[in-house]
Ligand binder design. Structure first.
Ligand SMILES: Cc1cc2nc3c(=O)[nH]c(=O)nc-3n(C[C@H](O)[C@H](O)[C@H](O)COP(=O)(O)OP(=O)(O)OC[C@H]3O[C@@H](n4cnc5c(N)ncnc54)[C@H](O)[C@@H]3O)c2cc1C
Length: 352
């Protein structure tokens, strides 16, 4: 069997890259073992134009917001699913200091923070001592139907191998790479945190960042909005439930959910929410993050038969579609990549 590209991994990265490569008329083979707790399956799917305690504007967001809307609509049409929804986020200041930050940001030109006209009604649902504001626009991406629908399409086209990808089974000859009888021009690593252990990529400054979330039933809380209370986000989940999280752990023993997180978040929710809720599930996964918070995209500086599309950190939903298209354009048409994302910036480290 001969294809143009073998893609290891079908999270958001492998999904979007295989989509754009197929759209450009290329043959792909995606290899993905079906794992329930990957970063893309556990993520809430929010695209937020502001980030962190300092409420700063997210990198490249002016470009990414309209791009993402079109990209998810387009791939949604290909699999008959509605994948992206514009939802406002109502954000509560957890402290006076945070309140001052929101007020300051609100004054800035082109701010994504606005005064909330009907702030008072949220007081029935949330214990809010300080101000509350609107972050707009924010988007919610339904990752589960995206991953499932695209996987089904790949299966139908016989472009999916549902098994563990084993790097040691790769062999190289001339301009091609082979994997268990399949020959391709290139192999692209989209395997999330597993790529950290790859002999080709393990020198990159990856960071493993664990995130945990609780799945809640909160009868009476409308799914029209998303909510934020400091670092805590409440996001509409599937089947009328809510996703509450998450943690950002750089040090952890296992990728499994922990009792400590569950207890701490449940206590916090009891303080934050004025309405009853129940905890139905607890999920956790490790984000493939990077030290300088920029993705790793492109071909290996020492071997152009090997590529990587990874390192999306906390922003896979907004970064993956845009950089998947850039990477596909580079592979197919030789276009340049955004230098801050291009893995070529680590040429020296990777050549060692
Ligand atoms: C709790 C939490 C909340 C988050 N919330 C958001 C959010 O709201 N918005 C946002 O933008 N981002 C969010 N993120 C971050 C986002 O999930 C990641 O940036 C993104 O999912 C990374 O996608 P990926 O495709 O690189 O990796 P992954 O999703 O990990 O996908 C890698 C795939 O490769 C497969 N794989 C790995 N190794 C092998 C192998 N050897 N053989 C076969 N298959 C293999 C895995 O099974 C998986 O399917 C969140 C993450 C977490 C953990």
């Amino acid at each position: 069997m001969k294809v143009d590209y073998i893609i290891a991994g079908q999270g958001i990265c492998g999904t979007m890259l295989s989509y754009y490569l197929q759209k450009a008329g290329k043959q792909v083979l995606v290899i993905d073992e079906s794992q329930p707790f990957t970063a893309s399956r556990v993520a809430s799917g929010v695209i937020n134009p502001v980030t962190g305690r300092r409420v700063v504007t997210t990198w490249m967001i002016e470009t990414l917001l309209p791009f993402c809307f079109d990209a998810y609509t387009e791939i949604g049409n290909a699999i008959n699913e509605s994948l992206i929804f514009k939802k406002n986020t109502i954000t509560f200041s957890p402290s006076l200091q945070m309140d001052e930050t929101y007020r300051k940001r609100m004054q800035e030109t082109g701010s994504y923070i606005q005064e909330l006209p009907d702030a008072v009604i949220w007081k029935d649902y949330f214990n809010s001592l300080f101000g509350c504001y609107l972050i707009a626009p924010t988007y919610l991406v339904n990752l589960h139907p995206l991953l499932k629908g695209w996987r089904k399409k790949l299966q139908h086209q016989q472009c999916l191998l549902e098994e563990i990808f084993i790097e040691e089974a790769l062999s190289f000859a001339g301009n091609t790479v082979s994997y268990n009888g399949i020959t391709a021009d290139k192999i692209i690593f989209c395997s999330g945190i597993t790529s950290f252990e790859s002999a080709y990529w393990n020198k990159l400054p990856f960071v493993c960042n664990k995130g945990q979330a609780l799945i809640l039933d909160i009868p009476g809380l409308s799914h029209i909005n998303m909510y934020k209370y400091g670092a805590l986000s409440l996001v509409p989940w599937y089947d009328g439930l809510w996703w509450a999280g998450s943690s950002y752990e750089n040090e952890f023993q296992t990728a499994e959910p922990t009792a400590v997180f569950r207890e701490q978040l449940t206590t916090q929710l009891q303080h934050v929410l004025r309405i009853p809720f129940s905890v139905l599930d607890h999920v956790a996964a490790v984000r493939p993050a990077t030290l300088e918070r920029r993705p790793f995209v492109g071909l290996h500086p020492s071997d152009s038969r090997i590529g990587i599309f990874n390192g999306m950190g906390t922003k896979g939903c907004s970064l993956a579609p845009y950089f998947a298209k850039q990477f596909a354009n580079q592979l197919v048409h030789g276009h340049l990549l955004e230098p801050l994302a291009d893995v070529k910036r680590f040429s020296r480290v990777l050549a060692l």
